[in-house]
Design a protein around this ligand. Structure first.
Ligand SMILES: NC(=O)c1ccc[n+]([C@@H]2O[C@H](COP(=O)([O-])OP(=O)(O)OC[C@H]3O[C@@H](n4cnc5c(N)ncnc54)[C@H](O)[C@@H]3O)[C@@H](O)[C@H]2O)c1
Ligand SMILES: O=P(O)(O)OC[C@H](O)CO
Length: 338
């Protein structure tokens, strides 16, 4: 069975390796021909996933049509800001029976849509699922035990994706709450940037634990307002992904945050991290979305001020500490029994 992976970044490459090791016929597309040449030549993705063998069975192509031709599954592994561009290019090439699996974690700036919603705009007849959860490419590609969740509005699709991706080292659960799964995966990047900034400022574990705990509260508030199930945020794509992204040195969002906390500009931080720092765009969309649906997201708001209004991160933290007094449990209860 053939599977196409669109995007030869770190996650696209890691997932292609996993699928190839499982015996599928994997074809990778990327817009960057030079990157594909390098992968073909060295059987390694030196830029995005160094040190990992890309099996000989994986083919690469710069032609989208060739990549998706005859494939049963189209894995969308480009960053969230590139999903619409790729969907536009795919228009007219895709057959209705082909299933999309989105790996991208973000909320689009222009439309404030989740990634599966963007894909559905172009391919309303196709089955669409998402794979999300605590899963750094650097670890998955080295067979380090990892757990994720497959989600789709259609149970059979979620279970099909579970069967395709599951391995003894990559355990896939299902969750029908696609809104919650996508909101958790996208918005945790904002909190990871904030946690990184806190580390970069030299604050401690207490501060980071506070950001993570209050972070999941505001992620869940937004998610529930958009129609998600509260308990999804206690799962792999919620608190699970938040933990890994806020604590791992593999996290691009956390690393960018550390650099900003240490005094680098946003542009300098992006340049130094080299790979996609999705939390930056997502901060903008989430800030706008929270205003649109009337949900209070204090950490997101302060991060927006730091990233886009040049606010000193230390003042942003003070502002968070000096907010009106609140009752913690009341808020959680309201969220769950709304
Ligand atoms: N890296 C991880 O560990 C990881 C894990 C889970 C999910 N994800 C998600 O997977 C998605 C891809 O992340 P990544 O880490 O592989 O990114 P990356 O920065 O490693 O690679 C990005 C790749 O996408 C291509 N690309 C960039 N912009 C594009 C555009 N506009 N159109 C088409 N192609 C474009 C680039 O050529 C590059 O090959 C992101 O949404 C990310 O949040 C990443
Ligand atoms: O490296 P990050 O910060 O983009 O996070 C990657 C994945 O989303 C972790 O699950």
């Amino acid at each position: 069975m053939k599977i196409s992976v669109l995007g030869a970044g770190s996650w696209g490459s890691a997932i292609a390796v996993l699928l190839s090791k499982k015996g599928y016929d994997v074809s990778i597309w990327d817009r960057n021909q030079q990157l594909l040449n390098e992968i073909n030549h060295s059987r390694e993705n030196i830029r995005y996933l160094p040190g990992v063998l890309i099996p000989a069975g994986i083919s690469t192509t710069e032609s989208l049509l060739e990549c998706i031709n005859e494939s049963e599954i189209i894995v969308m592994a480009v960053p969230s800001h590139g999903i619409r561009e790729v969907c536009t290019k795919l228009k007219g090439m895709v057959k209705n029976k082909q299933i999309f699996v989105s790996l991208a974690k973000g909320i689009e700036n222009s439309s404030l849509k989740r990634m599966s919603e963007v894909i559905e705009e172009y391919f309303p007849e196709n089955r669409i699922g998402v794979l999300s959860g605590p899963s750094h490419a650097e670890e998955v590609s080295r067979d380090i035990p990892t757990t994720v969740v497959s989600s789709s509005t259609d149970k059979k699709t979620a279970e099909y994706i579970q069967d395709i991706f599951i391995t003894p080292k990559f355990r896939v659960y299902t969750n029908p709450d696609i809104i919650g799964v996508e909101v958790g995966g996208a918005v945790k990047n904002i909190i990871a940037l904030a946690a990184g900034i806190s580390d970069g400022l030299g604050y401690g574990d207490n501060t980071k634990a506070a950001l993570m705990t209050r972070g999941i509260a505001e992620i869940a508030r937004l998610g529930v307002a958009l129609g998600a199930q509260p308990l999804t945020f206690a799962g792999l794509s919620g608190i699970g992904d938040l933990i890994v992204t806020c604590t791992s040195m593999h996290s691009r969002n956390r690393r960018a945050g550390i650099l900003i906390g240490q005094g680098k500009t946003v542009e300098e931080a992006i340049k130094e991290v080299k790979m996609v720092v999705e939390g930056i765009n997502t901060t903008k969309s989430t800030y706008e979305l929270s205003n649109k649906v009337g949900v209070e997201m204090p950490i997101t708001k302060e991060l927006y001020n730091v990233l886009f209004e040049n606010k000193n991160p230390k003042y942003a933290v003070s502002e968070l500490m000096l907010r009106d007094k609140k009752h913690e449990i009341e808020e959680v209860a309201q969220m769950i029994w709304k």
